[in-house]
Design a binder for this molecule. Structure first.
Ligand code: FE
Length: 257
């Protein structure tokens, strides 16, 4: 976790900036405004204020009305502007993105799930109050301040969405996949979850209930998928390989070895 600690503590300013840019486009929320407020470069705060305002969970009139048609273009424009002003280093942003995509990503969540499968006490504590439990493993940070773990069983399947935008547990799962942010997924996950699951290749028995959890700016969810049969005796590392990103969102199942 040393690399992650370096990112979180050594480059706090850049993390705050990145969170603010990303959040303003995808997950505007109080937490991100706090991130912006804690950014140590006052000039960046001033530049970014206009980016945070349009997509704020506090305003529910039409939260997406002011989003640009192409968020990627807006991110690029902001990055170019801030780079020209000498307020950010593109290489540092690349490092942060690489961290979330490749190092912090779903392996962290898979570690938590594998531990829950192997250790009943850990599992019980995780389901009771996930935030301190995952923090103890070093999985904490922005977009993961308030974690809730929900467990799949023979009679209940959990699935996560953010109907308003794209709130997602970054410290455990990394950056959300594109489909998670799509209008179609956000609308259909709550309207016809079984059909959506079917399109992801998940066919559930009729007597298995589906519970859809709507993420918020404050609360992010981690699905604990069912442990596949025949995995008794497997090591934690081996079990981790069975835990996919989608299985922790609820749009997939753990892989059968
Ligand atoms: Fe959101």
């Amino acid at each position: 976790m040393d690399d992650q600690n370096d990112i979180f503590h050594g480059q706090a300013a850049f993390v705050s900036l990145f969170a603010a840019i990303y959040a303003s486009l995808c997950c505007g929320a109080r937490a991100e405004r706090v991130a912006l407020a804690t950014c140590c470069m006052d000039n960046i705060k001033a530049v970014m204020q206009f980016a945070v305002m349009p997509h704020d969970h506090a305003s529910h009139d039409d939260p997406h009305a002011l989003l640009p048609s192409d968020p990627a273009l807006r991110v690029k424009a902001l990055e170019t502007l801030l780079t020209r002003k000498g307020l950010i280093d593109p290489a540092a942003l690349d490092e942060i993105i690489d961290t979330y995509e490749n190092r912090i990503g779903p392996r962290n969540g898979a570690h938590v799930v594998a531990k829950a499968w192997m250790d009943d006490d850990f599992r019980t504590a995780l389901l009771k109050d996930a935030t301190p439990v995952v923090s103890e493993l070093g999985y904490y940070g922005r977009q993961g301040e308030h974690m809730v773990a929900v467990e799949n069983t023979d009679t209940l399947h959990n699935m996560v969405v953010c109907t308003l935008c794209s709130c997602y547990p970054w410290p455990l799962l990394g950056i959300p996949p594109g489909w998670y942010k799509s209008d179609a997924y956000r609308a259909r996950a709550v309207r016809e979850p079984r059909k959506v699951l079917s399109e992801f290749g998940v066919e559930l028995p009729k007597n298995t209930a589906v519970r859809v959890w709507d993420s918020t700016a404050e609360v992010r969810y981690l699905v604990i998928p069912q442990r596949p049969a025949g995995t008794e005796g497997m090591t934690e590392d081996a079990l981790m390989d069975l835990v996919t990103r989608d299985s922790m969102i609820g749009t997939g199942l753990a892989v059968q070895p």
